[in-house]
Ligand binder design. Sequence first.
Ligand code: NAD
Ligand code: MG
Length: 392
Amino acid sequence: MKQRITILGSTGSIGVSTLDVLARHPDRFEVFALSAATRVDLLLAQCAQFRPRFAVMSSGAHARLLAEKLQANGLPTQLLLAPDALEMIAAHAEVDAVMAAIVGAVGLAPCLAAARAGKRLLLANKEALVVGGGLFMRAVREGGATLLPIDSEHSAIFQCLPEDPETWPQRVDSILLTASGGPLRGCDPALLAQITPAQACAHPNFSMGRKISVDSATMMNKALEVIEARWLFDLRPEQIKVVIHPQQIIHSMVQFRDASILAQLGTPDMRVPIACGLAWPERIASGASRLDFSALGTLAFEDADAVRFPGLHLSWQTLNAAEGTAAVLNAANEVAVAAFLSGRLRFDHIHAVNLATLDRISPYSPDSLEALLSLDAQARCAAEHAAGLLAA
Ligand code: NAD
Ligand code: MG
């Protein structure tokens, strides 16, 4: 029987790579539903190729345009409107697996819906887990869902860990998340104030969405990944370490009690963790090229420079504070990155907005989605205020 898949965020970098892998295995997978915020023509082309039952758009104007085009092309896909329809396509009884590839905390509600409905949940949308934290993991447990990481570092760790999670506490000493260091790894910290969105988005190894590209440049991406790892693998903050590895060949490592280290390697291509999550525990072709060790040369490693990347250490501070702190940090960072990308905020002020917001909002541990979303909204307000003051 084919696995029926919903892709939340099918027009983004991860969504497109997921469809690329699915197209290689028409005998195994069937697309049940797709969703997008704005890219009507790409979503239309995806509907024509994969013939999903549902397509979900985030705005009425885009939805009307897509509805007309679906009809003009004689396509049977039924068009629905977010946000409610996102939860419906994530939790639908006929869906087997959900690829969560929306960017930002806006993906939390459909992820929770998929978790509560007991789906196989392929998680690229790290912000949803950073914000959802314990509530997210409880929903996975109580719903009987299978949570599989798609973020390449977490997929690497998942592949290196023993199969039985019950054995992790006795066997695992720590994990080492690798980081590319992004496009600004060698940049003089004095020049950070002048970095433009185009420079920040010029990642050396990956073409990714703009938000995660800026997060890679500030290393806030790694800060979010430290928090993501804490929840996925139930680790204490001091068990999570970060090492810069510019070639991105080692995707992350697990160190065991006896000081043995297992690493997962491969070419930097997100289709590898995507194929791994889709087929786990089986293995299927991903389309990625093989690693050529003779052409590889040197693998380098270095520590992250705290002056160039001040945001990285916020992750450990956040994990040692009340649980809602992660939601506050994530909301501040989403606001700051959007302000930077729209030319309203200096690159080095992203960290200033994050700090000011953490200072302003008293964190607590929210016990429901509503409480989390209210904390998220308060933090966004405070971050907008801080960004406004810095821009003035
Ligand atoms: P992207 O910007 O390329 O795509 C985002 C997708 O989400 C698009 O389909 C967009 O239409 C949709 N979307 C955006 N805002 C939305 C909203 N308000 N409501 C509904 N849909 C919305 O981003 P991406 O690079 O594909 O990243 C997606 C997620 O995967 C992020 O959380 C990112 O951190 C994570 N991730 C990405 C990569 C990568 O290589 N791109 C690697 C690891 C993790
Ligand atoms: Mg990653």
